[in-house]
Write a protein that binds this ligand. Sequence first.
Ligand code: FES
Length: 184
Amino acid sequence: MDESRTGMSFRNYNNLLFIGGSGERTGKIGGNWTELRSFAKEHYPNAKERYFWAAQDCMSLDDIPYIGSYSRSTTDFYVASGFNKWGITGAMVSAIILSDMIAGKSRDYADVFSPSRSIIKPQLFVNGYEAVKNLLTISKKRCPHLGCTLKWNSVEHSWDCPCHGSRFAENGKVLDNPANGNLS
Ligand code: FES
C-alpha cells in the first residue's frame, strides 16, 4: 500500500493488476481516475482497463488508527477505526489489541492507539475550518448528520458531505456514515 498521501498502491490477482491512489477528501473535486489512467498508460501500455471505482476510508486526526475502549466511561465497548487506507494491517493490529484487552492482558503499545488519546492535532483545525465554511454555505441540500452543505459528485452521482464524509445516492439513500438517515 502507499505510504505517502500522494502515492499509489498496487496489488495483483491472477492476471489483474489493481492500481490505487489519487485520493481526495470527501466533497472535494478529485482527479477522477485521470492520474491512475495516465500512470497505467505510461507503464502498462498494453493493459486494458477492466474496472474502476472509488472507495472511502476513515482518516484519523494523527494518522494512527483508533483501537481500544470506545471511551473511558464505556470500557465494555470497543472500537477499531480510522485505518487511513491501511485496513488489512490495521485489522490485524486491532485483533491483537482488542483480544488482549478482552482477555485482561496489556500491551505496551496499546496506548498509542487509544481512542481516548489527545485529539488536539493540526488536522482538527483543518476539519473545523471545513465544517464552519460548509455550515455557512447556502445550499438546497443539507446533510442530515449536522447540517453541512452537500456537494454533488458528478462522477459518482452522489451527494457528498465535506464535513465528516457522509455520502448519499442520487435518490437520497444514505451510502456512508456518520449520517444514519436518508435525505428528506
Ligand atoms: S455534517 Fe455531514 S457528515 Fe457530518
